[in-house]
Design a protein around this ligand. Structure first.
Ligand code: NDP
Length: 285
Protein backbone atom coordinates (compact mmCIF):
# COMPACT_ATOMS: atom_id res chain seq x y z
CA UNK A 1 0.00 0.00 0.00
CA UNK A 2 1.35 3.47 -0.86
CA UNK A 3 0.05 6.98 -0.24
CA UNK A 4 1.79 8.26 -3.36
CA UNK A 5 -0.45 10.02 -5.92
CA UNK A 6 0.04 9.01 -9.54
CA UNK A 7 -2.09 11.87 -10.83
CA UNK A 8 -0.07 14.77 -12.30
CA UNK A 9 -1.33 18.33 -12.49
CA UNK A 10 -2.01 19.07 -16.16
CA UNK A 11 -1.22 22.33 -17.96
CA UNK A 12 -0.13 23.10 -21.50
CA UNK A 13 -0.40 25.22 -24.59
CA UNK A 14 -2.80 25.37 -27.55
CA UNK A 15 -1.38 26.79 -30.78
CA UNK A 16 -0.59 25.87 -34.36
CA UNK A 17 2.04 25.29 -35.55
CA UNK A 18 3.49 24.36 -32.18
CA UNK A 19 6.56 22.21 -32.88
CA UNK A 20 9.06 25.09 -32.63
CA UNK A 21 7.64 26.52 -29.40
CA UNK A 22 10.18 25.81 -26.59
CA UNK A 23 7.83 26.89 -23.76
CA UNK A 24 7.20 23.27 -22.73
CA UNK A 25 10.90 22.70 -22.00
CA UNK A 26 11.13 25.92 -20.00
CA UNK A 27 7.97 25.23 -17.97
CA UNK A 28 8.74 21.59 -17.20
CA UNK A 29 12.24 22.58 -16.03
CA UNK A 30 10.57 25.11 -13.71
CA UNK A 31 8.03 22.54 -12.47
CA UNK A 32 10.76 19.95 -11.79
CA UNK A 33 12.91 22.45 -9.88
CA UNK A 34 9.87 23.40 -7.76
CA UNK A 35 9.25 19.70 -7.01
CA UNK A 36 5.84 19.81 -8.70
CA UNK A 37 4.29 16.69 -10.19
CA UNK A 38 2.95 18.78 -13.08
CA UNK A 39 3.07 18.39 -16.86
CA UNK A 40 2.99 21.04 -19.60
CA UNK A 41 1.65 19.54 -22.82
CA UNK A 42 2.41 21.36 -26.08
CA UNK A 43 -0.69 20.74 -28.23
CA UNK A 44 -1.12 21.51 -31.92
CA UNK A 45 -4.68 22.83 -32.02
CA UNK A 46 -6.13 24.01 -35.35
CA UNK A 47 -8.62 26.92 -35.22
CA UNK A 48 -11.61 24.64 -35.91
CA UNK A 49 -10.62 22.46 -32.93
CA UNK A 50 -10.16 25.17 -30.30
CA UNK A 51 -13.61 24.64 -28.72
CA UNK A 52 -13.03 20.86 -28.50
CA UNK A 53 -9.55 21.36 -27.03
CA UNK A 54 -10.90 23.69 -24.35
CA UNK A 55 -13.76 21.29 -23.57
CA UNK A 56 -11.15 18.51 -23.28
CA UNK A 57 -9.01 20.54 -20.88
CA UNK A 58 -12.08 21.18 -18.73
CA UNK A 59 -13.17 17.54 -18.87
CA UNK A 60 -9.69 16.35 -17.85
CA UNK A 61 -9.56 18.97 -15.10
CA UNK A 62 -6.44 20.73 -16.39
CA UNK A 63 -5.32 23.52 -14.05
CA UNK A 64 -5.00 25.90 -17.01
CA UNK A 65 -3.40 26.48 -20.39
CA UNK A 66 -1.63 29.01 -22.55
CA UNK A 67 -2.99 30.12 -25.91
CA UNK A 68 -0.64 31.24 -28.61
CA UNK A 69 -1.00 32.04 -32.31
CA UNK A 70 -3.72 31.92 -33.68
CA UNK A 71 -6.02 31.52 -30.63
CA UNK A 72 -5.36 34.60 -28.45
CA UNK A 73 -8.54 36.37 -29.58
CA UNK A 74 -10.74 33.37 -30.46
CA UNK A 75 -10.37 32.01 -26.90
CA UNK A 76 -12.32 35.03 -25.57
CA UNK A 77 -15.58 33.34 -26.70
CA UNK A 78 -14.97 30.44 -24.30
CA UNK A 79 -14.21 32.28 -21.06
CA UNK A 80 -16.31 32.84 -17.94
CA UNK A 81 -14.34 35.92 -16.82
CA UNK A 82 -11.51 38.16 -17.90
CA UNK A 83 -8.72 40.00 -16.04
CA UNK A 84 -8.77 43.79 -16.45
CA UNK A 85 -5.65 44.19 -18.61
CA UNK A 86 -6.68 41.26 -20.84
CA UNK A 87 -10.03 43.02 -21.36
CA UNK A 88 -8.28 46.23 -22.43
CA UNK A 89 -5.77 44.39 -24.63
CA UNK A 90 -8.57 42.29 -26.14
CA UNK A 91 -6.48 39.12 -26.16
CA UNK A 92 -5.74 36.24 -23.79
CA UNK A 93 -2.67 34.01 -23.63
CA UNK A 94 -3.19 32.34 -20.25
CA UNK A 95 -6.33 30.68 -18.90
CA UNK A 96 -6.89 29.41 -15.34
CA UNK A 97 -9.48 26.68 -14.80
CA UNK A 98 -11.07 26.64 -11.32
CA UNK A 99 -14.12 24.46 -10.58
CA UNK A 100 -14.79 24.24 -14.32
CA UNK A 101 -14.77 28.04 -14.79
CA UNK A 102 -12.30 29.69 -17.13
CA UNK A 103 -10.58 33.03 -16.41
CA UNK A 104 -8.53 34.73 -19.12
CA UNK A 105 -5.35 36.70 -18.51
CA UNK A 106 -2.70 38.26 -20.69
CA UNK A 107 0.81 37.66 -19.39
CA UNK A 108 2.78 38.84 -22.47
CA UNK A 109 2.90 42.50 -21.45
CA UNK A 110 3.28 41.61 -17.76
CA UNK A 111 6.24 39.37 -18.65
CA UNK A 112 7.87 42.22 -20.54
CA UNK A 113 7.22 44.58 -17.64
CA UNK A 114 8.79 42.20 -15.10
CA UNK A 115 11.83 41.87 -17.34
CA UNK A 116 12.10 45.66 -17.84
CA UNK A 117 11.85 46.32 -14.11
CA UNK A 118 15.29 44.73 -13.70
CA UNK A 119 16.66 47.79 -15.53
CA UNK A 120 14.15 50.54 -14.77
CA UNK A 121 10.72 51.40 -13.34
CA UNK A 122 8.49 52.41 -16.29
CA UNK A 123 6.70 55.03 -14.17
CA UNK A 124 6.97 58.51 -15.76
CA UNK A 125 9.10 57.16 -18.61
CA UNK A 126 8.95 58.06 -22.30
CA UNK A 127 8.48 54.92 -24.40
CA UNK A 128 8.79 54.28 -28.15
CA UNK A 129 7.31 51.01 -29.43
CA UNK A 130 8.09 49.66 -32.90
CA UNK A 131 5.25 47.43 -34.10
CA UNK A 132 1.53 47.30 -33.37
CA UNK A 133 0.65 43.60 -33.33
CA UNK A 134 -0.45 41.52 -30.35
CA UNK A 135 2.83 41.80 -28.44
CA UNK A 136 3.01 45.59 -28.93
CA UNK A 137 -0.59 45.98 -27.79
CA UNK A 138 -0.04 43.94 -24.61
CA UNK A 139 3.21 45.76 -23.79
CA UNK A 140 1.69 49.20 -24.43
CA UNK A 141 -1.28 48.54 -22.13
CA UNK A 142 0.86 47.16 -19.27
CA UNK A 143 3.38 50.02 -19.52
CA UNK A 144 0.53 52.56 -19.51
CA UNK A 145 -1.11 50.87 -16.49
CA UNK A 146 2.31 50.90 -14.77
CA UNK A 147 2.42 54.70 -15.07
CA UNK A 148 4.49 55.39 -18.19
CA UNK A 149 4.39 59.10 -19.03
CA UNK A 150 4.07 58.75 -22.79
CA UNK A 151 3.95 55.98 -25.35
CA UNK A 152 4.66 56.53 -29.04
CA UNK A 153 3.80 53.75 -31.48
CA UNK A 154 5.45 53.41 -34.90
CA UNK A 155 4.18 50.70 -37.24
CA UNK A 156 4.43 49.84 -40.94
CA UNK A 157 0.61 49.72 -41.11
CA UNK A 158 -0.40 53.06 -39.57
CA UNK A 159 -4.01 52.01 -38.83
CA UNK A 160 -2.83 49.41 -36.28
CA UNK A 161 -0.67 52.01 -34.51
CA UNK A 162 -3.72 54.35 -34.43
CA UNK A 163 -5.78 51.60 -32.83
CA UNK A 164 -3.27 51.13 -29.95
CA UNK A 165 -3.15 54.90 -29.37
CA UNK A 166 -6.96 55.02 -29.21
CA UNK A 167 -6.97 52.09 -26.79
CA UNK A 168 -4.47 53.81 -24.47
CA UNK A 169 -6.35 57.11 -24.55
CA UNK A 170 -9.69 55.45 -23.80
CA UNK A 171 -8.46 53.19 -21.00
CA UNK A 172 -5.43 54.79 -19.35
CA UNK A 173 -4.08 58.21 -18.37
CA UNK A 174 -0.96 57.81 -20.47
CA UNK A 175 -0.11 60.27 -23.27
CA UNK A 176 -0.17 58.35 -26.54
CA UNK A 177 0.71 59.20 -30.14
CA UNK A 178 1.87 57.61 -33.37
CA UNK A 179 5.08 58.23 -35.29
CA UNK A 180 5.22 57.80 -39.06
CA UNK A 181 7.45 54.87 -40.03
CA UNK A 182 8.26 55.05 -43.69
CA UNK A 183 11.91 54.58 -44.58
CA UNK A 184 14.54 54.61 -41.83
CA UNK A 185 13.06 55.77 -38.53
CA UNK A 186 15.00 58.45 -36.66
CA UNK A 187 14.66 57.78 -32.93
CA UNK A 188 13.59 61.08 -31.30
CA UNK A 189 15.70 62.49 -28.47
CA UNK A 190 14.62 61.82 -24.89
CA UNK A 191 13.36 58.24 -25.26
CA UNK A 192 13.83 56.24 -22.06
CA UNK A 193 12.91 52.86 -23.53
CA UNK A 194 12.73 51.82 -27.19
CA UNK A 195 11.07 48.44 -27.74
CA UNK A 196 11.13 46.36 -30.89
CA UNK A 197 7.77 44.58 -30.74
CA UNK A 198 7.74 43.64 -34.42
CA UNK A 199 8.56 40.11 -35.52
CA UNK A 200 11.65 41.39 -37.40
CA UNK A 201 14.69 39.44 -36.21
CA UNK A 202 12.83 36.24 -35.31
CA UNK A 203 15.02 33.38 -36.50
CA UNK A 204 17.33 35.78 -38.37
CA UNK A 205 20.31 37.27 -36.52
CA UNK A 206 20.97 39.76 -39.34
CA UNK A 207 17.42 41.16 -39.73
CA UNK A 208 16.76 44.52 -38.10
CA UNK A 209 13.91 47.06 -38.04
CA UNK A 210 14.64 50.07 -40.30
CA UNK A 211 16.08 52.68 -37.95
CA UNK A 212 18.88 55.22 -38.33
CA UNK A 213 21.49 53.39 -36.28
CA UNK A 214 23.22 56.50 -34.86
CA UNK A 215 19.86 57.72 -33.47
CA UNK A 216 19.60 54.61 -31.27
CA UNK A 217 21.87 56.58 -28.93
CA UNK A 218 18.81 58.80 -28.22
CA UNK A 219 17.29 55.86 -26.31
CA UNK A 220 18.62 54.99 -22.86
CA UNK A 221 17.40 51.39 -23.02
CA UNK A 222 16.73 49.36 -26.17
CA UNK A 223 14.63 46.22 -25.68
CA UNK A 224 13.66 43.46 -28.09
CA UNK A 225 10.79 40.98 -27.76
CA UNK A 226 12.51 38.50 -30.06
CA UNK A 227 13.50 35.46 -27.97
CA UNK A 228 15.35 33.58 -30.71
CA UNK A 229 18.08 34.55 -31.36
CA UNK A 230 18.19 36.58 -28.12
CA UNK A 231 21.05 38.85 -29.23
CA UNK A 232 19.37 40.47 -32.24
CA UNK A 233 21.08 42.81 -34.66
CA UNK A 234 19.07 45.68 -33.13
CA UNK A 235 20.46 44.90 -29.66
CA UNK A 236 24.02 44.51 -30.98
CA UNK A 237 23.72 47.88 -32.74
CA UNK A 238 22.21 49.52 -29.66
CA UNK A 239 25.08 48.24 -27.51
CA UNK A 240 27.56 49.77 -29.95
CA UNK A 241 25.71 53.09 -29.55
CA UNK A 242 26.14 52.90 -25.76
CA UNK A 243 22.53 51.92 -24.88
CA UNK A 244 21.54 49.45 -22.18
CA UNK A 245 19.86 46.43 -23.78
CA UNK A 246 17.18 43.92 -22.81
CA UNK A 247 16.58 40.72 -24.78
CA UNK A 248 13.33 38.79 -25.33
CA UNK A 249 14.32 35.81 -23.18
CA UNK A 250 13.43 37.69 -20.00
CA UNK A 251 9.92 38.42 -21.33
CA UNK A 252 9.41 34.75 -22.23
CA UNK A 253 10.64 33.49 -18.85
CA UNK A 254 8.64 36.05 -16.88
CA UNK A 255 5.38 35.43 -18.74
CA UNK A 256 5.85 31.74 -17.86
CA UNK A 257 6.52 32.55 -14.20
CA UNK A 258 3.48 34.85 -14.00
CA UNK A 259 1.33 32.21 -15.74
CA UNK A 260 2.40 29.49 -13.27
CA UNK A 261 1.62 31.80 -10.35
CA UNK A 262 -1.88 32.38 -11.76
CA UNK A 263 -2.60 28.78 -12.70
CA UNK A 264 -0.79 26.83 -9.95
CA UNK A 265 -0.10 29.44 -7.28
CA UNK A 266 3.59 28.53 -7.38
CA UNK A 267 6.59 30.79 -8.02
CA UNK A 268 8.98 29.04 -10.42
CA UNK A 269 12.74 29.55 -10.60
CA UNK A 270 13.69 32.12 -13.27
CA UNK A 271 17.26 30.83 -13.18
CA UNK A 272 16.49 27.26 -14.27
CA UNK A 273 14.03 28.47 -16.93
CA UNK A 274 16.59 30.95 -18.34
CA UNK A 275 19.28 28.25 -18.35
CA UNK A 276 16.99 25.83 -20.16
CA UNK A 277 16.20 28.36 -22.89
CA UNK A 278 19.83 29.46 -23.17
CA UNK A 279 20.83 25.85 -23.90
CA UNK A 280 18.02 25.47 -26.46
CA UNK A 281 18.93 28.74 -28.20
CA UNK A 282 22.67 28.00 -28.03
CA UNK A 283 23.44 31.14 -26.04
CA UNK A 284 26.99 31.28 -24.62
CA UNK A 285 27.54 32.52 -21.05
P1 NDP B 1 1.85 40.10 -34.90
O1 NDP B 1 1.82 39.31 -36.16
O2 NDP B 1 0.59 40.41 -34.18
O3 NDP B 1 2.58 41.53 -35.19
C1 NDP B 1 3.75 41.59 -35.96
C2 NDP B 1 4.25 43.04 -35.98
O4 NDP B 1 5.49 43.07 -36.71
C3 NDP B 1 3.31 44.00 -36.71
O5 NDP B 1 3.40 45.27 -36.12
C4 NDP B 1 3.90 44.02 -38.13
O6 NDP B 1 3.60 45.20 -38.87
C5 NDP B 1 5.38 44.00 -37.80
N1 NDP B 1 6.19 43.53 -38.92
C6 NDP B 1 6.33 42.24 -39.33
N2 NDP B 1 7.15 42.19 -40.40
C7 NDP B 1 7.52 43.49 -40.66
C8 NDP B 1 8.36 44.11 -41.63
N3 NDP B 1 9.01 43.37 -42.56
N4 NDP B 1 8.51 45.45 -41.61
C9 NDP B 1 7.88 46.20 -40.65
N5 NDP B 1 7.06 45.66 -39.71
C10 NDP B 1 6.89 44.33 -39.72
O7 NDP B 1 2.88 39.33 -33.96
P2 NDP B 1 2.99 39.45 -32.36
O8 NDP B 1 2.81 40.86 -31.96
O9 NDP B 1 2.16 38.40 -31.73
O10 NDP B 1 4.51 39.00 -32.14
C11 NDP B 1 5.58 39.88 -32.51
C12 NDP B 1 6.88 39.24 -32.08
O11 NDP B 1 6.90 39.17 -30.66
C13 NDP B 1 7.06 37.80 -32.59
O12 NDP B 1 8.34 37.68 -33.18
C14 NDP B 1 6.98 36.95 -31.34
O13 NDP B 1 7.88 35.86 -31.41
C15 NDP B 1 7.42 37.93 -30.27
N6 NDP B 1 6.86 37.59 -28.97
C16 NDP B 1 7.75 37.36 -27.96
C17 NDP B 1 7.29 37.03 -26.72
C18 NDP B 1 8.28 36.76 -25.64
O14 NDP B 1 7.88 36.26 -24.59
N7 NDP B 1 9.56 37.12 -25.82
C19 NDP B 1 5.85 36.90 -26.41
C20 NDP B 1 4.99 37.23 -27.53
C21 NDP B 1 5.50 37.54 -28.78
P3 NDP B 1 2.22 45.30 -39.71
O15 NDP B 1 1.16 45.60 -38.69
O16 NDP B 1 2.48 46.42 -40.63
O17 NDP B 1 2.05 43.97 -40.38
Amino acid sequence: MTDRSFRSILTGSFSTPCAKNPTVAMMEAGYAKAGLDARYINCDVKPENLAAAIAGAKAMEWAGFNCSIPHKIAVLDHLDSLAESARIIGAVNCVQIRHGKLTGNNTDGKGFLASLRKLTDPKDKTILILGAGGAARAIAVELALAGAKSITVANRSADKADSIVRLLKENTGCEAKTLDWSGNLAVPEGVDVLINATSIGLGDAEAMPSVEIETLAHARIVADVIPNPPMTKLLRSAKEQGCQTLDGLGMLVNQGIIGAELVLGVKLSAEIMEKTLAVIFGVQD
